[in-house]
Design a binder for this molecule. Sequence first.
Ligand code: SAM
Length: 331
Amino acid sequence: MTTISTTDRFKDFLKSIPGVGVILYIIDDFLHGIRTLIGTNVSISGSTHVQFSPEESVAYIEEVFDSYKKYGKFDKFFGRVAEVGPGDNAGVAMLIRKDGSTQVDLIDRFLSYRNPQQQKEIYEALAQKYNLEHLRAKNEWGEQALDSITWKVGQASEEYFKDCAQKQGEVYDFIISRAVLEHLYDPLSALRSMTNCLKPNGLLLHKVDFRDHGMFSALSHELTFLQVPGNVYPLMVKNSARPNRILIHLYREVLDSMKRDGLIDYSILVTNLVDVGNINPHKLFDDIDLDKQHKSIKFVEKHRHKFAKEFKNVDSKDLAVSGIFLVVTKK
Ligand SMILES: C[S@@+](CC[C@H](N)C(=O)[O-])C[C@H]1O[C@@H](n2cnc3c(N)ncnc32)[C@H](O)[C@@H]1O
């Protein structure tokens, strides 16, 4: 079980002070790079289930699984599915297999810390609730004992899908993720490669959280991270997979270009607005209550004079969006 020590808490506190934080994040990111290079990096970014009881884990897995079908507007998963950045648990993949998919590939850049005993309990609880015995490939439940669910850990999705597009072509029916694209070092090129790996009529479904994940917002307002200059910010995040600050306008640019080429159709639902919070159910921006839209845009306009150069010409409406659910259909 990992615990957060007082020293770690103090370090997090220092990092959340703008200025001091920028320097500490750069050093920390550099050390991440070294540790990854020598193979001693222990990631906790995807250790979602560590703090959960088995019941809470099952509820989280169900919510993630249901959201793909709800916003993707389909009844059942089928064929070959890739889940990007599953973190410490394959529960969503199990429900996808139960639904009708024949193979699920789990692609993660890092091996997130997990507790094997706790994971076993989650798999048991899920199997009992959904009659998943047929997915148990060995005597005991464990992540390496799940029928036709394959972990591909240690590969960045940027590389995995580039390679997949070149060597395998259009092989996936669905490529999905929850809380992952904001951690990619190049999500826009990954999105293009994922599209190339999709079968015709295949779906990309990605929930992306644009917030700063507490980097500065623990002490300052939630858009403070947009003040860091564009040539400095990557030095703080690239190796450690902290939020990449690729926001909605850049996703739309890439998606519009693929749409113009006749490759895809797409919609972007808003999951979160700055200074407002969750938008549930997720909606197109223009369908959100006007009061909420205005509150959020007003907050952006109050703070935008301090933002880095790259955000100066970005519409306030776009900067107000702090989370999206992306639905892309390949033609
Ligand atoms: C916040 S966690 C989300 C985990 C899980 N999807 C969930 O809902 O709890 C982000 C995950 O993305 C993974 N990740 C970060 N960068 C990645 C990349 N370039 N390619 C694939 N996975 C990546 C991390 O290792 C981690 O498992």
